[in-house]
Design a protein around this ligand. Structure first.
Ligand SMILES: *Cc1c(COP(=O)(O)O)cnc(C)c1O
Length: 429
């Protein structure tokens, strides 16, 4: 088979776009790929029938509180981005990215250890380490990569990793790759964590792993209890702060600061793709030896291209803005309180922590959640229904996320739309 023939053969397995290219080219490719296409079609039909099909709406503007969506005439208020501080369209962040593009070009065309480390990477790593009060930090292309890379490097067969059962998919995948004894505790269940810690007592290193804030429910990990148990049982604590970094806690240091326990965990993984400008990138912040070892051994770090200069510069500027003042931080919290209070008054069940901008509006049925979200869009409010497999069956919801960039009036407009549609669909009376 020639090169193009090989490419065509694997196309259907690559992506939806590639698959549609392939459809146009029926008659090209192997018999095996034709069989595979039928198998995949059945799988796809199953997803549609279950009502859990996820369509991607196309945005044709910056990510901001007010966006333009393809097929929608007027602008739409966005209530489902992780743009907690509104920094992904902040003029200073954009300007910093442009400057870096000028000075350092579009990218480094290399992994970090070959010829892909630039001054901007080193500066941002130092800034992140200082922000979290840690010895050192290492950048990745995403937090997914940071989570995929860390456990295999840190833990061997003589060690144990004890993970909350509802931790993010990237943590689950990362743990799958490591050779340590893998243990799970029931979601936020400290009695179960203690049982697991006792079971792991003979292991060399023990690592308790938790999301700081669980993104589907918007609830916070019981960090004080986790750290107390970890201390008692000589275990380390790892926290994934993707939904905390930059905006949660009085100065945006995340879950530790929310509890007034800065420095209580040993390793922080987080993302630059949410509150910190929203471009891309992730990191590990922690002990210097761990960061050094990750640079030597972590596979997503070693075998993937370094973060592009503009992306690094945007995140760096976002962090500067967060460190300089806490106005945005206060604004996202007041928007959150406003939304939660008004929705609860109207009779909706809103899950999550009262202080966290993730507000899951619980609806139950997957189809209801999806129909509700569609009608919200018709009212100019962009929110998304979440259903299985992202959340358990029967626990579908619309997850609203507030941003510091929303005005009070915009938050009210969202609540008004929820109330009208909620009455129409008999969710509230
Ligand atoms: C978003 C998220 C990630 C992935 O971060 P990316 O930088 O987008 O790869 C990992 N963990 C948690 C808890 C997240 O919410």
């Amino acid at each position: 088979m020639d090169g193009i023939g090989k490419l065509m053969r694997f196309r259907p397995l690559l992506s939806k776009n590639a698959l549609s290219c392939f459809r146009h080219a029926r008659g090209v490719g192997t018999a095996a790929a034709t069989e595979a296409r039928d198998i995949l079609d059945k799988e796809l039909d199953g997803i549609r029938e279950a009502g859990t099909w996820k369509t991607e709406r196309v945005i044709v503007s910056k990510q901001a509180p007010s966006i333009r969506v393809e097929g929608q005439g007027s602008s739409i208020l966005n209530f489902c981005a992780n743009n907690y501080l509104g920094l992904s369209s902040h003029p200073e962040v954009i300007e910093a990215g442009k400057m870096a593009l000028e000075t350092h070009g579009s990218g480094v065309s290399s992994t970090r250890f070959i010829c892909g480390t630039i001054d901007l990477h080193k500066e941002l790593e130092q800034k992140i380490a200082r922000f979290h009060g840690r010895e050192d930090a290492i950048l990745y292309a995403s937090c997914f990569d940071a989570n995929a890379g860390i456990f295999e490097v840190l833990l061997g067969p003589e060690d144990a990793v004890i993970s909350d059962e509802l931790n993010h998919a990237s943590i689950i995948d990362g743990i799958r790759l490591c050779k340590a004894k893998r243990m799970r505790y029931k979601h936020r269940d400290m009695a179960d964590l203690e049982t697991q810690l006792k079971d792991a007592s003979s292991c060399r290193m023990k690592l308790v792993v938790t999301d700081g804030v669980f993104s589907m429910d918007g609830n916070v990990t019981p960090l004080p209890e986790i750290c107390a148990l970890a201390n008692q049982h000589n275990a380390m604590v790892f926290i994934d702060e993707c939904h905390g970094t930059g905006f949660f806690g009085p100065t945006g240091r995340g879950t530790e600061e929310y509890f007034g326990m800065e420095g209580c965990s040993d390793i922080i993984n987080s993302t630059l793709g949410k509150a910190l400008g929203g471009a891309a990138g992730g990191y590990t912040a922690g002990p210097q030896q761990l960061v050094e070892l990750l640079r030597q051994r972590s596979r997503p770090y070693l075998f993937s291209n370094a973060l592009p200069p503009a992306v690094v510069a945007c995140a760096s500027k976002a962090l500067d803005l967060i460190i300089a003042n806490d106005d945005l931080n206060k604004k996202v919290l007041s928007n959150t309180k406003q939304f939660r209070a008004k929705m609860q008054d109207a009779g909706f069940t809103v899950g999550g922590d009262p202080a966290h901008p993730i507000c899951p509006v619980m609806l139950g049925d997957a189809r209801l959640a999806s129909a509700f979200a569609d009608q919200m869009l018709e009212r100019g409010i962009y929110v998304i229904g979440f259903s299985f497999p992202v959340v358990p069956t029967g626990k579908a919801r619309i997850r609203v996320q507030l941003s510091a960039a929303h005005t009070e009036q915009e938050v009210d407009r969202a609540v008004d739309a929820f109330v009208d549609i909620g009455r129409k669909l008999n969710v509230i009376s």
